[in-house]
Structures are given as C-alpha cells and as structure tokens.
Design a protein. Structure first.
Length: 402
C-alpha cells in the first residue's frame, strides 16, 4: 500500500455530559463515570421518564463564559460549539496568514429556539431575533465571526455522521492545497423535536443504553460539541507545533438500504472502514482499538458487528472495541467529533475506554466489547459514525509517536 499522507491534529476542544473540556472528559472516561441521567434543562413532557446525556450548564451561563451579551441571539448548539472551538484553538494564531477554514456539523441547528419561541413569534417581537438562527448554517456563520475565520466557512448536515464528514472534508481540502488549516467538528444540543422523534421511532430506551448487549433496547440522546484543528503535517512541524495525533485515513459510503435502518450485513459500514484503511495505507490487522458507533439500538449494533466481522475476518481477529455512547448519550451531529477527541485521547494516553452496561454478547455475533479501562499499546484507532439515510463514515487516527 502507498505511504499515507497524514494530517496533523494540533488542537482539540470538547464539552459533553461528562466534562466541560477535554481534560474533564478524559477523567470521566478513565474512571468509567457516565453522564447519563434525568432531564434537567430541556423543557419536555418526557422529563422524569427518559434519560439523557445533558450538559449541566444553562444557556445564560454559557453566554456569560463566552462574553456574549445576553440580548444577542445565540442558540444552545452554537454556545456549546463556541466553548469547544475556543478550547481547540487556544494558543493558535488564526490571523497568522495561513488559509483557515471552519467546517462545522449540526442537525439541530437553532431548532431549540424555534420550538421554544415559535408561537411567541406570532404575537410578540421579544424573541424574533432568534428567527434567523433556525437554519443549520447560521450557527457556523456565528462561529466564524466569533473566531475571526473568513477564508472558508461551510456546514455539514448528514445526520449522525455529520461531524465525521466535516473532519473528512477538512482533511481533503488541506491535502488538495485549498486550505492550510481547518477547524472541524460538530455540535448538537438536546431538543424536544429530536427526543420526540427518536422516541416515536421506538428506539429510545426507558433505562440506560447497553451498546452491543443482547438485551439492548435503544439509545439515550445526549448533547455535545467538539472540534479539532487540522494542519498539513509538514507546516505543523515547521511551526514547532507538536501534533497530538494524525488523521491518517477516512472513508465514506452509503448503505443505500433504508431511510433509517442499516442493512443486516452492514454494507455501508464495511465499505467506509475499508476505504479508511486504504487511504491510510494500513491492513486491518494494524488497528489497535475501534471506537464503535454503537448506539445500542437492535439494528445498528447488529449491522456494525457484522461489518466488523467482515473487515477483520473472525471474532478472534477483531481488536478491542467499545462504544462510548453509554457515557455521553448519542450526540447526533456531534458524535463523530466527540468520539474523534476520545480516539485521540486513547492514542495520547494509551488507553481503551470501557463499553458500559454490557452483560451478554449478541447471540448472532458472539463479539464482546472492552468493558473496563484497558492500558495497552495503541498506534491506530478506527472511529465509526453511521447516520440515517445510509450515511456511513469512518475515521482512522494514528499516534504521533508511531
């Protein structure tokens, strides 16, 4: 295989139900401390019944931390995004003359404001300044103004693979010579629409999600934001920035099977992982850890498991894998980014994080995830993100010391 043209990761930031920054997220992963619990902030009839991965900070406090005036129209997805992006870009001079792009993913966009103020829009002007915040792209534009990014700004919305595709696009643009640097990732807050939607599909569990367990009964939704800063590896080295890790491969395919379900043999997932390995110039045997999509729905875990068996050949050849969604909940458009941060943390600290709430392997698969924190040598991590509409994406991260 050809030698990989790697992309350096020189910054990252994250906020989720298990931490307000990268360090606190890592601490929760290390101590197997999940963030799934009762709904506290979201105004929904499901409060007291469904569990979520909620960031326990009100919007007013988020805006105060960002020094955004209270009368400006910033929705929760944008506020979470700005906190994560600010952490990711700390110590990086975005005005240094390098062509910098911002590629942000979201599916909720400003929906949380729309559903809260929709009726009020008709009778009062008080909240009408939130009307323009509804489209997904508005959030990215606000981020770009806040960060001072002007060279390239765009939004990705491909369901639960959105952030992975944003990361992938940033890497491809850098490799094509269109950008020198890319801030990439995703954000989604909880909303009544998404909670109601997944509940109506009957894939929202009444308890805690159980990824890859025979008795899994559905997901818990969560909210999060995470961003990585990518640069071509050579300029990053010349500027004396030490890469945290490398994005060495990526792949995207469409299952082309169903609007919301994956095919039983996981064709799209298989093709995405296969392409990521090919881009990285690696054999499947080189993968040391898989951060699985693992939503804990009956369909996803079976399909992803079948795809893993196809890629690695048999149960014994599958490397340690886990889904971290039992920590954060399924964060939709942010999932690929928050789990990219977790993948980099795995490489930096040589740790595989636990797949919580597992007790019985799926009978049709026989595969068993890693259920406790494992310290081991890790050089390459595969991270999967699969979305509605058949959108299947895989990212491959490699150690900065391999």
């Amino acid at each position: 295989m050809n030698a990989p043209a790697r992309i350096a990761i020189i910054g990252m930031g994250a906020i989720s139900a298990i931490g307000e920054d990268v360090s606190s997220n890592h601490q929760s992963l290390r101590t197997s401390s999940p963030g799934i619990g009762p709904i506290r902030h979201l105004d929904t009839p499901h409060r007291g019944r469904l569990l979520v991965g909620e960031v326990d900070i009100a919007n007013d406090e988020l805006a105060e931390r960002l020094e955004i005036p209270a009368n400006e129209a910033y929705t929760r997805s944008t506020l979470l995004a700005l906190l994560a992006a600010r952490e990711a870009t700390a110590g990086i001079d975005l005005g240094d003359g390098n062509r910098t792009g911002l590629i942000s993913a979201t599916t909720v966009g400003g929906m949380d404001a729309t559903e809260r103020y929709y009726d009020d829009y008709l009778v009062s002007e008080t909240h009408r300044h939130f009307i323009p915040t509804h489209p997904c792209g508005y959030s990215t534009e606000q981020m770009a103004r806040y960060l001072g990014v002007t060279d390239f700004v765009t939004t990705i919305s491909t369901a639960c693979s959105s952030a992975a595709n944003a990361i992938m696009l940033g890497a491809r643009m850098i490799r094509a010579g269109l950008l020198d640097r890319a801030i990439v990732g995703g954000t989604d807050c909880l909303s009544r629409f998404t909670v109601n939607g997944f509940n109506s599909l009957m894939i929202y569990t009444d308890g805690y999600c159980r990824p890859f367990d025979e008795h899994r009964s559905g997901l818990n939704l969560g909210e999060a934001a995470a961003y990585l800063v990518l640069e071509r590896s050579e300029p990053a080295a010349r500027q004396s920035k030490t890469p945290m890790a490398y994005l060495s491969g990526y792949g995207h395919a469409n299952d082309a099977f169903h609007q919301t379900a994956s095919s039983e043999d996981g064709e799209g997932a298989y093709l995405a992982m296969k392409q990521a390995l090919e881009v990285a110039g690696l054999e499947a045997s080189a993968i040391d850890y898989i951060n699985a999509h693992g939503t804990a729905t009956p369909n996803n875990d079976l399909a992803e498991g079948q795809a893993l068996l196809r890629i690695f050949g048999n149960v014994q050849s599958i490397p340690p894998f886990s889904s971290t969604k039992a920590f954060t909940g399924h964060t939709l458009a942010a999932a690929g980014a928050i789990e990219a941060v977790f993948s980099v943390l795995a490489l930096q600290h040589q740790e595989i994080f636990a797949n919580l709430n597992f007790s019985h392997p799926i009978a049709a698969l026989g595969i068993v995830p890693q259920t406790t924190l494992l310290s081991t040598a890790i050089n390459h991590v595969l991270s999967n993100s699969f979305g509605f509409g058949g959108n299947c994406s895989s990212l491959l991260f490699s150690s900065a010391h391999d």
